[in-house]
Design a protein around this ligand. Structure first.
Ligand SMILES: Cc1cc2nc3c(=O)[nH]c(=O)nc-3n(C[C@H](O)[C@H](O)[C@H](O)COP(=O)(O)OP(=O)(O)OC[C@H]3O[C@@H](n4cnc5c(N)ncnc54)[C@H](O)[C@@H]3O)c2cc1C
Length: 392
């Protein structure tokens, strides 16, 4: 099929299948995540997720055998453009889609791919990430969670922290130490296991906002089947690093369809207009600069992903995208705050509408962007060493 024919067909499918309420910006407290315990505030969220999953559009570039649509890079780009055209929300989000899925496509056995990928694509299983520990964050390779060989299984003891969504996750992809005597980067294994078992318990960490986006996760004789080791035993660091590159590319953003409100439109609404322009010239200048930088960043991300068509996998350059993309995202929130003024400082009660309360929470949430997935300082270290080849 020609690309033009593909565009026509995709446009028609989206028109017929994307519910009207899915063509609006996503509220801060809502996301299309699946899993055994999925709860959908808006029934259309589930309808949209299911329709896209049936079409393979939750993971458009994955092979059809694993629940994808088997699109090539150009077709996937057209799909993104057509979704952006109608301001369609992402049909499904989560670490399954953006992190463990791509890692399994690259490192998984055929059996692992056949078992786990279709359940990610359909939104049946929600995943969480067991990397950080109380004493191992930036220095992740110092992790101490221990896995001991027991026949067909490993027995796992230890603690993870900051495990996003662990309280509603079905499965975890986890870094465990299988050889305590090896140098720290060597004795680590990357393993998958079901959270729904007696040896796993989670304790949500309550934030000042009252929300608990992440948890402490405890393993007391938890069990994982050996067939769920991804990559080789004691060589999990290779898989772990690649998964972080997928994570950083995702957090950095830059190339996805944007359903976010435009900062300029918000500023026009709150600051007002003078001769058709945002009334505050200094703010106007900052917003224009941010919009130009955003556009350049998006084009750079796209160019890089098209240049790496042959390898398909991200590289250490993902650290540059993570660093820059998260700073841009934080700046965007600051500009919204400057535009909305005290209307973006509401937490609850009268005097603020739902969008304003969402904006306050979204602004606070952006502060974590430059910490999650590795801090900005860690990205700078990686860029210095791995991209610029500077000495230690
Ligand atoms: C919203 C959010 C969600 C998260 N979700 C998950 C999750 O699902 N799963 C998971 O495993 N983890 C998760 N994390 C944890 C995250 O990966 C860690 O917080 C992060 O890697 C930093 O580790 P740390 O918190 O232990 O900080 P530390 O490593 O203690 O760092 C403290 C400070 O020291 C600086 N620093 C440390 N080492 C260096 C160095 N070598 N050079 C320069 N500066 C340095 C850091 O930049 C930071 O400013 C999440 C974090 C956040 C904020």
């Amino acid at each position: 099929m020609s690309l033009e024919a593909f565009r026509t067909e995709t446009r028609a499918w989206l028109e017929d299948n994307c519910p009207e309420s899915m063509r609006t910006p996503m509220p801060a407290d809502e996301y299309p995540g699946g899993g055994r315990r999925a709860q959908f505030k808006n029934a259309d969220t589930e309808v949209w997720m299911r329709r896209c999953a049936e079409k393979g559009f939750t993971v458009p570039t994955w092979p059809t055998a694993y629940g994808g649509a088997g699109l090539d890079v150009d077709q996937a780009k057209i799909l993104r453009q057509e979704m952006a055209r109608i301001k369609a929300r992402a049909p499904l989000v989560g670490m399954g889609l953006s992190m463990i899925g791509p890692a399994l496509l690259e490192f998984g056995t055929e059996e692992q791919k056949a078992e786990h990928l279709p359940k990610i694509a359909s939104g049946a299983i929600w995943w969480c990430q067991g990397y950080s520990e109380p004493n191992s964050g930036s220095d992740l390779a110092s992790l101490q969670t221990r896995a001991v060989d027991d026949g067909d299984e490993y027995v796992i003891n230890g603690q993870k922290i900051w495990t996003s969504g662990a309280d509603r996750a079905d499965w975890i992809f986890c870094l465990v130490r299988t050889d305590p005597n090896a140098p720290k980067h060597n004795g680590i294994t990357f393993i998958l296991f079901d959270m729904d078992q007696p040896g796993v318990s989670v304790k949500p960490i309550k934030l000042i906002s009252g929300l608990s986006p992440f948890c402490e996760t405890f393993f007391e004789d938890a069990r994982a089947l050996k067939k769920n080791v991804v990559g080789k035993v004691n060589e999990g660091w290779t898989v772990a690093k690649r998964l972080l590159q997928y994570e950083r590319t995702m957090i950095g953003g830059g190339d996805g369809p944007s359903t976010r409100v435009s900062v300029a439109e918000v500023a026009k609404q709150y600051v007002g207009l003078e001769a058709g322009k945002i009334a505050d010239p200094a703010l106007r200048q900052e917003i224009i600069q941010h919009a130009m930088d955003d556009r350049s960043f998006g084009l750079t991300v796209r160019r890089t992903s098209e240049e790496s068509k042959s390898t398909k996998a991200p590289s250490f350059v993902s650290s540059m995208f993570k660093l820059y993309g998260t700073e841009q995202n934080k700046l965007r929130s600051e500009l919204l705050l400057k535009s909305m003024g005290s209307q973006m400082l509401g937490w609850e009660g009268n005097g603020f509408d739902a969008d304003e309360l969402d904006a306050t929470r979204a602004w606070l949430r952006t502060k974590a962007n430059s910490i999650e997935g590795g801090t900005s300082e860690v990205q700078l270290n990686i860029i210095a060493k791995r991209v610029l080849s500077l000495p230690d």
